[in-house]
Design a protein around this ligand. Sequence first.
Ligand code: ADP
Length: 447
Amino acid sequence: MPILGVIADDFTGATDVASMLVRGGLRTVQLIGVPASGDVRAAQAVRDTEAVVIALKSRTTPAADAVAESLAAWRWLKAAGATRCYFKYCSTFDSTAAGNIGPVTEALMREIGADFTLACPAFPENGRTIFRGHLFVGDVLLSDSGMRDHPLTPMRDANLVRVLQAQCSAGTRVGLVRYDTVARGAEAVRQRVAALRAEGVRIAVADALHDDDLRTLADGAADLPLLTAGSGLALGLPVWYERLGLARRHADAAGLEAMQGPAVVLAGSCSQATLAQVAAWREAGRPARAIDVRAVLAGAAAAAREQEAVLVWAREVMARRGGDEMAMPLVYSTAEPAELAATQAELGALEAGARVERAFAALARELAALGVRRWVVAGGETSGAVVQALGVRALRIGPSICPGVPWTQARRGSDGGSDAPIWLALKSGNFGAPDFFAAALRMAGAA
Ligand code: ADP
């Protein structure tokens, strides 16, 4: 039974924290959304785990919705056995002016009966550090970073104590565990937490500059029933959960069944990293086909014709002999910025994006019917569309291909018909080196 229940406010963030827990030795499953009551498959999927991460899409929804979903997630996790809760948000504290980190934290505290928790988005490995409550992205304050102009969650104040206080209700005081305390070790953190509690502080932002600081904080806070953080804090927790007798760590926590079966790569991201990855695949002479996005956008009949053409090509590639490598098709909609702007101009970015996602979803269903079992998908939204099309609701987290992107194992939903496992590498657009696709497939046992 899982002892740790994690609620993540977006999909790739969920995978990120799940990978961290696996690295720490906890067997971890990621669920997509809160399972319906009586969902037997979800209940089965979380057996033999120490941690379960529920991926929500609650970062930018109205605060009341984020609260309701997060509470539903925790109730499910608690019923599954979890006694510790971890609310995972972005390492740049992405939130709207109206929330949602403050309101969700307060609601979880009430539900769990926690009178104190930490808030620590620090992720030093990725350049996110906190000093005197101020969040830095690389060498600059959060408020001077690119996050300043984020379209949905512009972050214009780097002082997290102030940001979080503004998101919380009047009765909730937000304080700080300063770096000098963290540097003195876990006992000093515990004393500071006790002092803050006595002062009536209910949430404390915690400074952290190095992974060791996160380990210290994990030690000092492992007995708290609720933690709120980025994925970094999860790195240090498993050791302390083991010492507290809550969970056993496993050397093979990332172990999956041997990956096998036909493989495809689907790239629906137009991010720089994905552009480079598609180019590297093509330059290596591997089979690749661009989706004719104009046809996809032109209407149902043209889209269906294009889908059939892509499928005929993919089937032909997968039937090739002479080495696995040449039998793995890449299908991509990836376009350079100028081309992308032109297609978006006609329909608007959202509608164009939704239609391209639908095309990938339809293609995934057809490819699954052809027997594809190993999937590499580039793009956060594209991954969401593919996972939904395949009827996947639970991902067992396996070994990391690159930081934040693990191989995962899943079974398809009842609509999928088959009980054989499939394997998915779901990559946020901007992640990974240029040879990511080939590296992922090599790890998956493909040549
Ligand atoms: P990332 O992780 O890089 O943000 P996503 O998959 O989340 O990638 O988002 C990319 C969006 O762009 C998706 O909605 C996708 O359908 C859309 N898209 C991909 N290719 C094109 C294209 N050629 N023209 C218009 N939209 C596209």
